[in-house]
Design a protein around this ligand. Structure first.
Ligand code: DI6
Ligand code: FE
Length: 403
């Protein structure tokens, strides 16, 4: 089926930088793919299509790609938020057995149907702000059976909702209580579970939390070696709270991305540049943990490291479900330009997932796009907290608006 989408202002992001704006633009889709993009005036006169949508001059961007979320879990951590505001640090709460562990207890106690319903509600909220591709990490099960349930819930989201889901195995997120004092034995288990989860078709990539309160670089290597043995790509929670030199380690494994990066040093930047690893910046976690050390944006730019932006949705450090707010924070807190921020949640977000077939409006790309009520794309980052009405199109098909 061939469809013409016309009378639109297109922010194509097709070039290496800038918006790639086309005024009075049109898109022709064929099946689930974009076949042609350009100015309406360049449309062939005799173009025969099966359907036509007039967009009334609305702004069209590629569908948003949220490349870092921890969407599947039960419970919340509002009480922990109160404690942090009274002076307890995120690390101190984690060391005292709260933090991630409290979410693990709630997640293990929730049934499959509940886990799926909670995740599905969250995915719909993301979709309501233009998300068409979503990454979901495990990491709140921390036992084979529970990691499997969480990854299966993520896969089910991709089957039952009109969005694409990529799954990431984050068994090395925290030490579960049954392995207290035995971190190396737990890493052995994390590595041993991976082939089974992969055989079930549940794993697209492997991640770890390399941090003083989580896993060491040596333990991270073992997890990455297990991934490499199966040919799975890796990503890393690196340099979030301290500099463990995790980014350089991950780049040595050809990592798709290193995420957070507030404490990234020059050697890490250069290693990422050489490996083509994407820097995923997570302003929601920076804001919510009241961090003051900024990720080295100027250095990443100068080295040509692609920068992605994501929600990092999770109950402990970034409970937001607003990708648009993250675009705004990427600009106000991290000093990205609005077009860099949007590129970070489209082209570069897709690249952080190893996906080259989406993130731009260009021939051959998937026909995933969002239609916004704004005049200029800078408004996506500017109009924070406004919840614009957005029309979401996935594979050239209209997705029912979620609100
Ligand atoms: N870094 C984070 O910010 C999240 N996970 C991670 O490795 C926080 C997860 C949580 O606190 O529940
Ligand atoms: Fe995270």
């Amino acid at each position: 089926m061939k469809t013409l989408w016309r009378d639109a202002r297109l922010a194509t992001l097709a070039g290496a930088q800038g918006w790639g704006l086309i005024e009075r633009g049109a898109v022709v889709t064929e099946g689930e793919t974009i076949a042609w993009v350009g100015a309406e005036s360049d449309l062939g006169a005799g173009l025969a299509v099966d359907a036509e949508h007039r967009l009334g001059g609305a702004l069209v961007t590629p569908g948003l790609v949220d490349c870092h979320t921890h969407l599947v879990y039960a419970g919340d951590r509002a009480r922990e938020f109160e404690l942090r505001l009274q002076g307890a640090s995120y690390e101190a709460i984690a060391r005292a057995g709260g933090g991630i562990r409290s979410t693990v207890a709630a997640t293990r106690g929730a049934g499959d149907a509940t886990l799926f319903a909670l995740a599905s509600e969250r995915a719909r909220a993301l979709q309501a702000e233009g998300v068409t591709t979503l990454e979901v990490k495990s990491g709140y099960g921390l036992a084979l059976e529970h990691e499997r349930r969480c990854l299966a819930a993520a896969r089910r989201l991709g089957r039952e909702l009109p969005l694409a889901v990529r799954t990431t195995y984050l068994g090395a997120h925290a030490l579960p209580p049954e392995f207290d004092g035995r971190a190396d034995a737990y890493v052995d288990a994390v590595c041993a579970w991976l082939p089974a989860l992969h055989a079930d078709g549940l794993v697209d990539a492997v991640d770890a939390f390399c941090e003083s309160i989580a896993f060491t670089p040596a333990q991270t290597r073992r997890v990455f070696d297990a991934a490499r043995a199966l040919g799975l790509p890796v990503k890393l929670h690196a340099e979030q709270l301290s500099n463990q030199h995790g980014a350089a380690l991950a780049a040595g494994y050809g990592a798709l991305s290193c995420d957070h990066l507030e404490h990234l040093d020059d050697a890490g930047v250069l290693a990422m540049a050489a490996a083509g690893t994407v820097a995923v910046l997570l302003p929601g976690a920076y804001y919510f943990l009241r961090e003051t050390r900024l990720p080295p944006v100027a250095e990443l730019r100068a080295a040509g490291v692609p920068i992605a932006i994501a929600t990092d949705h999770n109950p402990g450090s970034s409970p937001t479900l607003s990708p648009l707010l993250m675009l705004s924070m990427a600009c106000t807190l991290f000093r990205l330009t609005p077009d860099e921020a949007l590129r970070g949640m489209t082209v570069h977000g897709a690249r952080a997932l190893g996906l080259a077939d989406r993130g731009r409006l260009a021939p051959g790309q998937r026909a995933d796009f969002a239609v916004w009520p704004h005049e200029h794309p800078a408004a996506l980052a500017y109009a924070f907290g406004q919840h614009p009405r957005v029309r979401v199109v996935v594979g050239a098909r209209d997705v029912a608006p979620a609100r």
